[in-house]
Ligand binder design. Structure first.
Ligand SMILES: [Zn+2]
Ligand SMILES: [Zn+2]
Length: 132
């Protein structure tokens, strides 16, 4: 499954690349590189991890976006938004339908061009932190 996805995107599915891709896929929400390294450090060093992430982003397999304090976060899929908890730092993916995005930004973009990717960032306090 992961191998096919990578190959389809033009990425040679080496063991480490598949490992990184699966770690991003498994993560709940979007993860930062240091968090990924925490689960993968037995298999690769930081330089290798960053190189693989760059490659996956370049081929559109993994999306990179700016999280809290300008740290890069990674998740699967493009064109969706994120909710960042300013309290615990959790980054939750908002899976927006194209129709939602269209309604959200469409009127502002009329005549400006064609939308190919959208980065939407919402900040707040997550429900878990609100309970504390
Ligand atoms: Zn939180
Ligand atoms: Zn995401």
């Amino acid at each position: 499954m992961s191998h096919a996805t990578l190959r389809q995107a033009g990425v040679d599915p080496t063991a480490r690349r598949v490992m990184v891709y699966e770690a991003v896929a498994r993560a709940e929400g979007a993860v930062s590189a240091p968090d990924l390294l925490g689960t993968l450090c037995a298999h690769m060093n930081k330089v290798t991890l960053y190189r693989i992430l760059d490659l996956l982003v370049e081929h559109g397999v993994v999306a990179r976006h700016t999280g809290p304090e300008r740290t890069a976060h990674y998740c699967l899929g493009r064109g969706h938004g994120h909710f960042h908890c300013t309290h615990c730092g959790r980054c939750i993916c908002l899976r927006l339908e194209d129709a939602h995005l269209e309604r959200l930004v469409g009127p502002e973009l009329t005549g400006l061009g064609r939308v190919e990717d959208v980065e939407l960032r919402v900040e707040g306090i997550c429900s878990d932190c609100l309970k504390k």
